[in-house]
Design a protein around this ligand. Structure first.
Ligand code: MG
Ligand code: MG
Length: 264
């Protein structure tokens, strides 16, 4: 069942998303070779709590941390821990914030400075697919229009679109209806209408679309162990426009390696 949000509820999600944007910005300052992923997680959790929120992911079905940190062939749901980032890593950082009862959810994938040109291109195109998907997310369209646009953009380059994990409605619960797949058919699926708030989150693999879950019950990695990219925004559908509630602005201000829009 889709829960349509009132303007007041969307305002709370907007407030939550502002905190989330700043959390990502603080984390971005510290993403560099040698940092332990658990240090990033600790920083994020403290920042969220200092700003009156709580980390949406922590204890969600037993997830142990505020951030999902997913490196290289890990697609999503990686645990922060003792691992130290390396200059050849590609690092997806996903975070959710709950504030005054409402969640927001967004993710960004960082290339460290010695990531290959092939992987930088995967990231750029995955980012583009998120923006193209958002462009189709408007009142009167169907969810399949969003899904199809994302799939079409990345499959032309031979990338694999993960099937097992999808975007989702966001509100009082972190994961609500409807599902937001990154593959689908134009004109199919639920009709998008004012008051819907959902996360669009393409998970795109350099190689095969096939993924497996590690024995820890969470970590999802590519079957061929080639790298994967993941970008996510939470959006709200209004009558005459679509609002991107989350922001990557603070990440792009604060991350030292300016890799985007380098005409690849
Ligand atoms: Mg999500
Ligand atoms: Mg997320």
């Amino acid at each position: 069942m889709i829960r349509y949000k009132t303007d007041e509820e969307i305002q709370l999600i907007r407030d939550s998303a502002q905190i989330l944007g700043k959390v990502h910005g603080e984390v971005a300052k510290r993403v560099r070779p040698g940092v332990k992923t658990k240090e990033l997680d600790k920083l994020a959790e403290e920042f969220i709590r200092d700003h009156g929120g709580s980390p949406s992911f922590k204890n969600y079905h037993g997830f142990p941390a505020a951030l999902c940190i997913s490196i290289n062939e890990v697609v999503v749901h990686g645990f922060p821990g003792e691992y130290e980032l390396k200059e050849t890593d590609v690092v997806s950082i996903d975070c959710g914030v709950k504030f005054k009862g409402f969640h927001s959810d967004s993710a960004y994938t960082y290339p460290l400075e010695k990531v290959s040109e092939e992987v930088l291109t995967l990231l750029e195109r995955t980012y583009q697919s998120l923006m193209i998907g958002i462009g189709q997310a408007r009142a009167g369209n169907r969810m399949g229009d969003v899904s199809f646009a994302i799939q079409q953009h990345v499959e032309q380059f031979g990338y694999g679109v993960v099937r097992e994990l999808v975007g989702h409605g966001v509100g009082k619960d972190l994961h609500e209806d409807p599902e937001v797949p990154n593959y689908g058919k134009r004109g199919k699926g639920v009709k998008l209408a004012p008051g819907m708030v959902f996360a669009i989150e393409p998970m795109i693999n350099l190689g095969t679309k096939s993924v497996v879950q590690e024995k820890d019950g969470w970590t999802i990695r590519t079957t061929d162990r080639k790298p994967s990219a993941h970008f996510e925004h939470t959006v709200a559908i209004h009558k005459d426009r679509t609002e991107v509630l989350t922001t990557h602005e603070y990440i792009e201000q604060n991350y030292s390696f300016k890799w985007r829009n380098k005409s690849r």
